[in-house]
Design a protein around this ligand. Sequence first.
Ligand code: DGL
Length: 262
Amino acid sequence: MKIGMFDSGIGGLTVLHTAIRMLPQEAYFYYADTDHVPYGTKSVEEIRRFSAEAVDFLQKQGCDAVVIACNTATSAAASYLREKYTIPVIGIEPAVKPAVEHGGSKRILVIATPLTTREKKLHDLIERVDEAHQVDLLALPKLVEFAERGEFESPAVCDYLKEMLKDVDPGQYGTLVFGCTHFNHFANALAQILGDGIAMIDGSEGTIRYLKHRMEEAQKASEGTLSVQYYQSGRKVDDTATLTFYKTVLNHLDLIYTHKRK
Ligand code: DGL
């Protein structure tokens, strides 16, 4: 099957990484909306418009389904896109439910963009599953820009995270939920600040499991081989520097996930 994915930039590569591991023989069309990054500080109306442009484009490439590989766009635009398009639109969401179910009695910290932490969708989710009131939210507005520059563990990143997390007592927290797909890239920097005692999770596995289910239901045949094509706001990426950057980011995620699965 042909699977479209979009994000404002390199955040969704964390979802692509999981998709390639779980569905390794499909054709992926990855759309980074670099003309409009970051989404997290924009309005709902703007994000809906950008998201519709992405889905239009991916549909024209013949995609059987589109994954919103961006929690912010899911919050702002998932229902809107589902009404507008007939192909399945699957959106990643912060993994609050698994965090509550498997996290034990310690507190859970969800980090996300300002829009996601503000939007009703996340508040409704927390209200549904957080019976013991264990979940706290923290917006980290600058991380997306650091990520887009390929800056994951620089002194500036560590200083920013230390400042933003200065009121977080790591001893009280058992789980950190990446409520923004860009934030997985900072797992090492966050572990340095919060220590190794905190589990870090995101919603990408659940998202791809659901995609797989939808595709089986629609009886879509596998492509048989893996291929990935990258686009930036609708323009095909074929310059070596950007392709190398994307590969390096995917490899960096390999290291992060191998470490986490140990
Ligand atoms: N990667 C997006 C998310 O998961 C947000 C990026 C942005 O703010 O542009 O929320």
